[in-house]
Design a protein. Structure first.
Lengths: 320, 320
DNA sequence: ATGAAAGCGCTAACAG
DNA sequence: CTGTTAGCGCTTTCAT
């Protein structure tokens, strides 16, 4: 009835009745029931955002960017966390889809067959984020981690390092880290350089972890002159270890991480790193989604947006 | 019809038809519509979790704990972020309530009148978390930040420090930091000690910020022999600054933060700190909510759960 | 063990 | 400008 119109500022309503309704609503403490509304109107204005983890910092960051971008839109993000587990991703995706969201933003390009099928069948815009090395279901916005790995390898070689070690999370869990590693080794191989030592760990990343891993590896392979870490936190741990040991960084030992975690700016030395464009990814993903929704499901030209990460040399990479 | 029964394993259904339905659902890629389901059954199985920020680390952590605790329940958490803004809290709360969640977990005890009214009128369990210094709408689980501040003050005085400075986020935004500060100064006052210098900053906290603030304050008030920080990150920045300057920590200058951020374990020295029981808070809040829901809105005895933070002396507080 | 019918609280088309 | 009438896709209750 009229009430509905007032509450949504739709259709023509006289100022008098409008006032009356608004007041009544206020005094009654009326909160509309979106469930009923959504069912009736077939519009839910929810965006499912599916990410692997909340403790990685990277993801809250893109999430913030998405929220911010959606701020003065009808759309509202709803997050689901997969813990890097494909089965859980499937579950979360199913749950989310059963709320009939207007769109999906999901991290990564690798999903189980079932997940891909769901995404494809949902009939809504799907934006896969963070990574573009692969075939998206619909749209993708992210960086090429393979290229990022290559770029870092090139920079390291250019500085004359040649006994290179790698440390990172266990690969099967984190495709983007894996791709960086692959790009990295590939580029080294082109110059005839092989990784001298490598270590894959499980569990959270923190300074302490980086310390341990680095100490172990350097004890094992004392000839290493460069260490490439799959993330800044363990890299920073390695850096602190090296400084404690009185190792000349980067003359004797160079270091680099990944992500450009701004939280770490303030360490005695600035770790060389590469930013993953997390804010831009969130913004661009949200914009793309909005654009897709606007065009009313018309000409769905699958779009891939590649962002370009920038390399920060910091104080741990430049030898000359 | 029967299909509904099969999909929810309710009522008696013959194995034959059950199979048939299940298979049909699978081949059709059928995803149930929860909106319709929720509307019909008047049950939504969503828990609204309202927190100030995702970039503070603390909140993703309690969120994880909540999610984990709710894992094998029907309930699913849905998060809303307020950016520490009361108006935004109101908005988010309203939005959330319009989805008719089964319960609410919300950070803090201070809310606008409108927000409190909504919470009270919602007719669902409300768990206010993080803080217990105040009057909860319904239940609360958290620590006493005032007591935490006092406890830290006591520990500092016991070590013979007497020229004490404080650094923290601008107060009006963060009630828990304010309460810690109040408890801190209160306890110092009891021993006739006054804060010598203090500084309230705005914006994110990171190592770099802590460095700057500390350098500034020590330049301004060189007599200080202890610095209490409202969080570990700026505290760690201060610590790094002090080490760079060759200051004897904690003989000449003691330091302490708050939160026990495990990410920092691995710094050259361990910062004295106090944990905020974030994991326990999340777990306990979820359990309390479940209990409340079980008892079917029966005897609603408002419950307050106070957790006890533990003080870690680290390497920056113990002088003797 | 299965089908039929009546809503859940709203929105969207129509009438007036 | 305002009221009326159908549903939205499920769950629930009541018959069969």
């Amino acid at each position: 009835m009229t009430v509905s119109r007032v509450l949504r500022n739709r259709g023509d309503v006289s100022a008098a009745t409008r006032e009356k309704v608004l007041e009544a609503a206020k005094t009654l403490g009326y909160v509309p029931n979106k469930i009923a509304g959504a069912l009736a109107s077939q519009r839910v204005n929810l965006v499912a955002v599916i990410i692997p983890s909340l403790s990685n910092m990277v993801f809250p960051e893109v999430l913030s960017a998405i929220s911010h971008e959606l701020e003065d839109t009808e759309l509202q993000p709803v997050v689901g966390v997969t813990d890097y587990l494909p089965e859980k991703e499937e579950k979360v995706l199913f749950e989310m889809l059963s709320w009939r969201p207007s769109g999906i933003i999901i991290a990564g390009l690798e999903h189980s067959d079932a997940s891909r099928a769901m995404l494809a069948a949902a009939g809504i815009p799907v934006i896969e984020i963070m990574d573009i090395d692969g075939t998206p279901v619909d749209c993708a916005v992210g960086i090429s981690h393979r290229r990022a790995g290559r770029q870092m390898a090139k920079a390291i070689l250019k500085q004359g390092f040649e006994a290179i070690g790698f440390m990172g999370t266990k690969m099967p869990l984190d495709h983007r880290a894996r791709k960086r590693f692959e790009g990295f080794t590939e580029m080294l191989a082109k110059s005839g350089v092989e990784i001298l030592d490598q270590e894959f760990y499980e569990g959270g990343s923190a300074l302490g972890k980086g310390r341990e891993l680095t100490a172990d590896m350097m004890a094992r392979s004392p000839d290493l002159d460069f260490l490439y870490y799959s993330n800044d936190l363990i890299g920073a741990g390695g850096l602190l270890w090296a400084l404690d040991e009185g190792i000349d960084v980067p003359k004797r030992l160079g270091l680099a991480g990944f992500n450009n975690v701004e939280l770490l700016q303030g360490l005695p030395r600035q770790l060389a790193t590469m930013d993953a464009c997390r804010r831009e990814i969130g913004e661009k993903a949200a914009q793309l989604l909005l654009a897709r929704l606007d065009e009313g499901g018309g000409t769905l030209g699958s779009e891939v947006v590649e962002l370009t990460p920038t390399l920060s040399m910091g104080d741990t990479l430049k030898r000359y």
